[in-house]
Design a protein around this ligand. Structure first.
Ligand code: SF4
Length: 459
């Protein structure tokens, strides 16, 4: 099933074109959005146009070479014909995965649409597929490689599609942090047999960090199961080191009753993360100094404006948003939670959504019985995801037709084995029993915690 024409006509790319031409009111975060991504690949110091363009790409992040001229010159119709031809000829040997935040011009070709973990699992379910083309960002393709068979090739159409948040914590920084923590805490378990600290990494991190967690008694979490995972960690450790997203860590731990005073931030560029030894010793959750540039854009003022414009509005934001925004919203939850809440609402509902614009625009087109808008009125997509363009897709698919695997993402065994351990711990972690005592006292979960995840099969 392809994206309906009405959805494509309401896509973010199309909206940007209209605003640029003056045919529609509105603002974009940068005029660079109208340019093709290859104008930014191969050496640009930032991630390109969109919400994370201000973030600097670390030097060791993969760079994309120049896309062959034929694909840069091709019209949208020519690229469409190439992609459809390859899909037809490759048949079941090919599976295309599209992340919720991907542009509609790419999503229309996806066999499955979902969040990063849903998509990695979808890849696993397609036993016949020899090539998995992941239209997301680098860490997502790595996760798909971790979960897929050895003889399946995972392909990222543009190697420069990284994730600015994932790039805010690298393995050297985390190893260095761990060394300092071990020096301060020691390695002995406490009187209850708990470790001094348990590392927890968000799915939005490199495979190297997932491997670090696997090697050090830690675990992975998603935005759907962060509370369940923190509960798991507190059963096994006195404290948690949570990376790379400070906001998901803070919002989740706060909802579980951890006081803010016991959640110091760890800045990897300062000794002891910029804290005193006493602050680190007293910590219950150490929050890494990382964030998502897309979700950082949402503000309490935007929520107040939405409420003034639509008194009945239901405000739902993603837990990667800053804490004051999450506190001011009616609900918070993962992309899966947001999608299900909209699907279940009575016709005529109004939603102000705090997450990436491509998903919000697509939901607005798919549920015309509701009024759905993005809290941020400025059109500003995830710049890293935006680097996947139909031109790159056509290029890697033509490569497959020629027997060439272009841009394969492979995680080496020394990283993959412990990373799978951390992922398996996550899958085995059970949601907390209502009323049951964990290591953290108090308050209930956020609205999105523990939500089960479904992927959309568009085949
Ligand atoms: S939306 Fe944020 S966390 Fe997600 S891929 Fe983009 S930069 Fe990374």
């Amino acid at each position: 099933m392809n994206t309906p024409a009405s959805t494509l006509a309401a896509s973010v790319d199309y909206t940007i074109q209209l605003i640029e031409k003056g045919a529609q009111d509105g603002a974009t975060c940068t005029p660079d959005l109208v340019q093709a991504p290859w104008n930014f690949d191969g050496g640009a110091p930032s991630y390109g146009p969109g919400a994370s363009m201000g973030d600097v790409i670390p030097v060791n992040t993969p760079r994309q070479g120049q896309l062959p001229q034929v694909y840069r010159d091709a019209s949208p119709a020519e690229l469409h014909a190439r992609i459809m031809r390859a899909k037809q000829m490759l048949g079941d040997k090919l599976v295309i995965l599209g992340h919720f935040y991907q542009r509609d011009e790419v999503i229309q070709y996806a066999d499955y649409v979902g969040d990063s973990f849903q998509l990695a699992n979808a890849a696993k379910a397609r036993q016949d597929a020899e090539a998995i083309v992941f239209c997301g960002v680098h860490f997502m393709a790595e996760t798909a490689d971790l979960l897929s068979r050895e003889d399946q090739a995972v392909i990222l159409p543009n190697l420069a599609a990284g994730c600015s948040m994932a790039d805010m914590a690298n393995i050297d920084q985390v190893e260095e942090c761990w060394e300092q923590l071990m020096e301060l805490y020691g390695k002995e378990v406490d009187e209850d047999g708990r470790a001094q600290v348990i590392p927890v990494t968000y799915m939005n991190s490199s495979a190297a960090l997932k491997g670090f967690c696997g090697r050090n008694g830690g675990i992975v979490c998603t935005s759907s199961n962060a509370e369940t995972v923190l509960e798991w960690a507190f059963e096994r450790g006195k404290r948690v080191l949570f990376f790379p997203d400070q906001h998901l860590g803070r919002n989740t731990a706060k909802a579980m009753g951890v006081p803010l005073s016991r959640m110091p931030m760890w800045n990897p560029n300062r000794p002891l993360g910029g804290n005193t030894a006493d602050e680190v010793l007293d910590a219950q959750v150490l929050l890494w100094h990382g964030f998502c540039s897309v979700h950082k854009r949402f503000t309490v003022a935007q929520i107040e404006q939405a409420r003034a414009d639509y008194p009945d509005v239901r405000v739902i934001v993603h837990p990667e948003c800053p804490m004051p925004v999450v506190d001011a919203a009616d609900e918070y939850g993962s992309t899966d939670y947001i999608t299900k809440a909209i699907a279940a609402a009575p016709a005529g509902s109004t939603f102000a959504i705090g997450t990436e614009i491509n998903l919000v625009q697509r939901l607005a087109a798919e549920y015309p019985q509701h009024t759905i808008f993005c809290l941020d009125s400025v059109v500003c997509p995830c710049s890293t995801m935006y680097r996947i363009h139909p031109g790159y897709m056509a290029w890697v698919l033509d490569g497959l037709l020629d027997g060439q695997v272009i841009n394969q993402i492979t995680v080496s065994d020394d990283v993959a084995v412990p990373a799978r351990v951390a992922l398996e711990r996550m899958l085995a972690a059970k949601p907390p029993v209502a009323g049951g005592g964990g290591a953290v006292d108090g308050a209930g979960a956020g609205a999105g915690a523990g939500a089960a995840a479904d992927v959309t099969n568009r085949g």
